[in-house]
Design a protein around this ligand. Structure first.
Ligand code: NAD
Length: 244
């Protein structure tokens, strides 16, 4: 157990809800991009082997959505960047999102557990590299010259999230755990609050979401509303009064 660090760390789990007010839909929005496709057909390794063009076209469309005019960090992303700048201890953002809005808001310590936009992985030589180009089944790996082996460096359904060791270390040394805009239905992220309760028993756990989640009972405090309205005042409260 690592709960005696001082000042204690702050671990923040974010999900699709924090980017909603930036114009990026969550999975559950009725008319969102994700609802126009069957995720099984575009977000699994089997789907990629079956129809690479279909999978790559979907991610190219997602990337162009992220780059659309007007998409940028919102007040909730900015408040978390302020928290990292002004808090004396360590602030770690663990995000399930593949968008880069935390970084664009100024956050430095961001762990993308489901991968990140703008990174590509070669299935042949395993190299991960940054690239802003659309992928096609004819794309060539610049490292090993394989054709058709490049995929977005995004964790698909059935694949293991990345950076888990680093994430559990941050959870075990935190004194405050925030879950923001995440439904509590996607594992292992949904289990992080329980991990904090078990391994950092003195930590306070706070849920900031539009509505109560399945994990509600594991949080000490619940703050409901749109992230742009709830996160900035909560951050001000932590910076001025602490979290007890
Ligand atoms: P989710 O879609 O399952 O749940 C989103 C949660 O956010 C819901 O509980 C909803 O009530 C809440 N929410 C919606 N609008 C909100 C707002 N304005 N303020 C605060 N909360 C709000 O998303 P998830 O639990 O994060 O996980 C689904 C998976 O989808 C994740 O792996 C995530 O990476 C991926 N995803 C990512 C993006 C992105 O990169 N922006 C977008 C959609 C889905």
């Amino acid at each position: 157990m690592h709960q005696d660090f001082f000042p204690p760390g702050i671990a923040v789990l974010t999900g699709a809800g924090i980017s909603k007010e930036s114009g990026i839909d969550t999975f559950r929005d009725a008319d969102g991009l994700w609802n126009r496709v069957n995720l099984e057909e575009v977000a699994t390794l089997e789907a990629w082997h079956r129809d690479k063009k279909k999978v790559l076209d979907f991610y190219n469309e997602t990337r162009s959505m992220f780059r659309a005019a007007g998409i940028g960090p919102n007040e909730a992303h900015r408040a978390l960047a302020r928290l990292e700048r002004e808090y004396d201890g360590e602030v770690t953002i663990i995000t399930q999102n593949i968008d880069l809005l935390h970084e664009q808001a100024g956050s430095k310590r961001v762990i993308h557990m489901h991968g990140r936009d703008g990174e590509i992985r070669c299935m042949a030589c395993k190299t991960v590299f940054s690239s802003d180009y659309d992928l096609t089944p004819a794309s060539i790996c610049p490292h090993c010259n394989s054709v058709g082996e490049l995929r977005p460096n995004i964790v698909w359904f059935g694949e293991m999230p990345i950076h888990l060791e680093e994430i559990y270390e941050a959870l075990e040394r935190c004194g405050l755990f925030l879950a923001i805009g995440t439904s509590g239905e996607v594992y292992p992220a949904a289990g992080f609050v329980l991990h904090v309760r078990r391994h950092a028993p003195r930590a306070r756990t706070v849920e900031l979401n539009l509505e109560p989640t399945d994990n509600k009972s594991l949080f000490h405090e619940h703050i409901y509303g749109p992230a742009t309205e709830t996160v900035p005042p909560y951050v001000t409260r932590v910076l001025t009064q602490g979290w007890r």
